[in-house]
Design a protein around this ligand. Structure first.
Ligand SMILES: Nc1ncnc2c1ncn2[C@@H]1O[C@H](COP(=O)(O)OP(=O)(O)O)[C@@H](O)[C@H]1O
Ligand SMILES: [Mg+2]
Length: 226
C-alpha cells in the first residue's frame, strides 16, 4: 500500500463509512478444497466516495465485491458499516453482479422493477435515466442483449436509492457509447451515494471514481487518488 493515502480511502474508521478490518476470505474453508481468495484487507470507504477496485483476473475483486455487498461473510476479520456487519444490511447495499442475467430473475422488465416496489412512471423514469427508450416494461428480459440487460439492471438498482452501490464489471462487453451512458448515470447519482466499481479495465472505468484500490493475489497492493 502507498504511504500517502487519499482522503476517501484510508485505514482510519469514518462515521457512516464502510470499514474492512483485516478481512480475509477462504472458499470452501476448512475442507481439502480450501482456497484463500482474500487476505489481510483493511481500509475504510467514506460515505459518498467513488472508488475503483482494480486488479488482474483472479486477484479477488469479485470476492471483495460480494463481501462489500453483504453477501459473503468474511472468514476472518470484520466488514462493517455504521457499527453493523455488512451481512446484516443487504437492503442498503445495492449490488450489480458480474453476470447481470443471473441477477434479473423476473420474466419481464416491469416485473423486475416491481420486485423492488418500483412501478409505472417511476420505472419509466428510471429507464429513461439510463438512456433506455425502446424497451417496454412488458419486454421479456431474455429477449434483451447483454448490454440492454446491464442497463436495465442498473436502472432498477439506481431507482432503489441505496446509500451504497457496488458494481462488478459494469462496463465489460459494452461498446464505447454504452460505457459512456453508464458513466454518465453513475456520475448523476446523488453525491451522498457511495459507489464502489470493480473492474479489470482501469482505463474505461476511471471516469466512475476518484480513488482506486489495487488488489494483487488477494491483498491490497496500492491505494491512490485518480
Ligand atoms: N466459488 C468459488 N469457489 C472457489 N474458488 C473461487 C470461487 N470463486 C472464485 N474463486 C477463486 O478465488 C480467487 C479470486 O476470484 P475472484 O474474486 O472471482 O477474482 P476476480 O474477480 O478478481 O477475477 C480466484 O483464484 C478464483 O479462482
Ligand atoms: Mg470478477
Amino acid at each position: 500500500m502507498t504511504d500517502a493515502k487519499p482522503a476517501a480511502v484510508s485505514s482510519m474508521p469514518t462515521t457512516g463509512g464502510i470499514l474492512l478490518d483485516n478481512v480475509g476470505y477462504v472458499y470452501d474453508d476448512k475442507t481439502p478444497w480450501a482456497h484463500q481468495a482474500l487476505e489481510n484487507i483493511s481500509f475504510t470507504i467514506d460515505p459518498g466516495s467513488r472508488i475503483l477496485i482494480v486488479g488482474e483476473n483472479g486477484s479477488g475483486k469479485s470476492t471483495l465485491a460480494w463481501i462489500l455487498a453483504g453477501l459473503y461473510k468474511p472468514t476472518i476479520g470484520q466488514a462493517i458499516r455504521a457499527d453493523k456487519p455488512l451481512v446484516e444490511q443487504t437492503p442498503n447495499l445495492g449490488f450489480l453482479i458480474q453476470h447481470t442475467r443471473l441477477q434479473l430473475l423476473s420474466p419481464t422488465v416491469g416485473q423486475e422493477f416491481s420486485t423492488f416496489g418500483i412501478t409505472g412512471s417511476d420505472a419509466q423514469t428510471a429507464m429513461r435515466s439510463m438512456g433506455i427508450t425502446n424497451i417496454h416494461l412488458s419486454t421479456r428480459l431474455e429477449n434483451l442483449s447483454v448490454g440492454q440487460q446491464r442497463r436495465v439492471g442498473l436502472a432498477v438498482l439506481f431507482a432503489r436509492e441505496c446509500p451504497v452501490i457496488i458494481l462488478d464489471e459494469p462496463l465489460a462487453g459494452l461498446d464505447r457509447q454504452g460505457q459512456t451512458r453508464i458513466a454518465e448515470a453513475v456520475n448523476a447519482l446523488p453525491h451522498q451515494t457511495t459507489v464502489v466499481t470493480v473492474t479489470h479495465d482501469f482505463e474505461a472505468s476511471a471516469p466512475l471514481a476518484t480513488d482506486a484500490i489495487e488488489l494483487t493475489g488477494g491483498s491490497v497492493s496500492k491505494v491512490w487518488s485518480l
